[in-house]
Design a protein around this ligand. Sequence first.
Ligand code: F6R
Length: 613
Amino acid sequence: MCGIIGYIGSKKASPILISGLLRLEYRGYDSAGIATVEKNGLSVMKDKGRVKNLYNLEGIDDLEGTIGIAHTRWATHGKPSKENSHPHLDNSKNFAVVHNGIIENYSDLKGFLEKNGYTFYSQTDTEVIPNLIHYYYTKDKNNDKDRILRAVQHTCKDLKGSYAIQVISKYMPDNMIVVRKDSPLVIGKGDGECYISSDIPAILSFTRDFYLLNDNEFAVLSRDKVEFYDIDLNKINKNVKNIEWSASSADKNGFEDYMLKEIHEQPTAIRETIGSRLPENEPCNFDDLNFTKEFLTSINKIYIVACGTAMHAGLSGKIAIEKLCKIPVTVDIASEFRYRDPIIDKNTLCIFISQSGETADTIAALKLSKSKGATTLAVSNVIGSSITREADYSIYTHAGPEIAVASTKAYTSQIVLLSLLAIYFAEILETTSVFELKDLKKELLELPNKIENALKSSKRIQEFAKNIYQEKDVFFLGRGVDYNTALEASLKLKEISYIHSEAYAAGELKHGPIALIENGITVISIITDPKLVEKTISNIQEVITRGAKTLVITNQELPANNFDTIITVPDVNVLLSPVLSIIPLQLLSYYISKEKGLDVDKPRNLAKSVTVE
Ligand code: F6R
C-alpha cells in the first residue's frame, strides 16, 4: 500500500513527482524517492522518512529530466531505510522500477537471479523486478523497439502476487512502461504529457482525463500518446474517462487537517450520495442495477463483506435490509470470510463495501464468491477501482476523495447508500408498507441538515476531549444500531488517538467485561433506539455504580442528572441514527488526537488503502 507517481512530458519531472508524492503520502510515508531519465543515464534520489525530506537531498534541484517515476513507501519487506526505498535499480543501473504491492515468490526469483550472477542490495521483494527485466532484456537478441516491453512482459509472467509497476530505462529515453495486477494505477492524459498515479486525486490538479488500466495490461507512454497491450502484447484500445472531482476537493480547504475537513463534508457527501436516487413520488432509482422482482425473490441470503470501518457500515446495512426486505443478512470480515468456505450458491447476493475499492482481502472475497456462483455487488467511493471492475454490479458513494487515513465521510455515505439499497429492494419486493418507506425517504433527504446540526456539538466535544485525552482505556456501549456505532467509535479512537478502547453490546457487559470497570474509567454510551432506552440505561447504571465517568450520545429524552455529560444529536429514524450519532464521536477522536499532538491524518502504522493481505 505504497503510492506511486510518474511523469512524462516536456517539464522538469522532479517537482511534479514530489508534489504528487506529497498528495499520496497517506498511502505510506516511511520512505520516498524519485528516479529520472537524465542526459547521462538514470538518476535515483531516495531516503528514509517523509516525502518532504526529498527537498533536502543534494543535487535534487539539478535534475533536468522530463521523464520520471516516484514512490512513497509503507514497508512490507525490509525495514524503512534508504536501501529499501524505491526506486530500485537493476545491477547494470540501466533500469529503474517503482512497485506497489507484494511479490509473493520473490525469494524463489531472487535465488534464480543470484544463481545467474545478480547481487541484491535491499531486503525488498521489489528488487527482483528491475533485475529480471535486465535478465530478459539481455537474453533477447532482437534489438527492436519492443525489446524492453518484452522484457517487462516476461518479468510479469514470472511474478506471483500483486503489483503496479513503473519502469524507466536509459535505453528508452522517450518512453515509460507501466503495468498492474491487483494493485491500483491510473494514467492521466494531459496535452503533450502524461501522469501516472496510484489514485486519481494525486494528479487531479494536472488533468481530468484518465485511462484506467485493468489487471495484466501494459501501457507504453510517450509524451503525446499512450499505447495499451494485453498480457500477450496484443494492442488494445482504451477510451479516456473524464473525472468530475475538482482538484480543490482533494485539498484541505482551510481546515487544519483532512480529517476535520472530511468530517465537515459529510452533509455534502450524503447529499451527493443520495443524488437523484430519491425522485419525488417515484420508486427509489438505481439505474445502475435494474434488478427484477423475480431476481430479488430468488435471493435467499445476503452476505455483506468488508474490512474495518466499511464492515461497520455493513452492520447498519444488515439491520436496514433485514428490517425492510426480510432477507437474512450476514456481515463478515473479508479476511475471515475468504478462508472460511462460506455457504454460497446462485441464490446468494454478496455485497462488498470498500471506500478505496482496492482492499486486497475484500477483492479476494469477491473473487471467491463469484467463483461459487453468487451475484456480486460492489459499493465503492472510487469509480473504476479494482473491486468495481471485478463485481457483477457496482454502486457508488459520492463522498469525494477521502484523504485522511481514518474514514469518516465514506462511512456515513456507505450507511446511506445501503439504506437506499434496502429501500430499493423493499419497493420491488413489496416487503414494507409504502407509507413507512415514504417516511424513511423523507428522513434520508433531511439527513444532511441534521448532520449540520450534529456538527454543532463540536465545542462541547472539544472540551470533553481535554478532560479525557490522557486516559489509557475507554469503553463504548450500545444496543442494536447503537452497538454498531460503538464499534466504529472505538475503532476511530484507537486508530488516531492511540487510546485502548473496547466496544460492547451493552447487554453483554455483565457476561465478563464489567470486571474491567473501576473507579474513574470513562464509559461512552450511545442511545438512539427508543425501544432500547431503558435497557441501555440500566447497563450504564451498572457502570456508574462501579465508579465510571459517563458520556452519553443520544436523541432521546433521558432522566436528568444520571450522567456526567450528555450530547444530544437530532432525532431520526433508528435505521439512520448511526449517521448522526457517529458525528460527535468522530469529533471526539479527532480532538483527543489533536490534544495529544498526534498526526491526525497519518496515524502510525496505518495507510489509507490496504492493498496487501
Ligand atoms: C478506518 C478505516 C479502515 C478501512 C478499511 C477498509 O478508519 O478507514 O478500517 O475502512 O481499511 O478500507 P476500504 O473501505 O478502502 O476497503
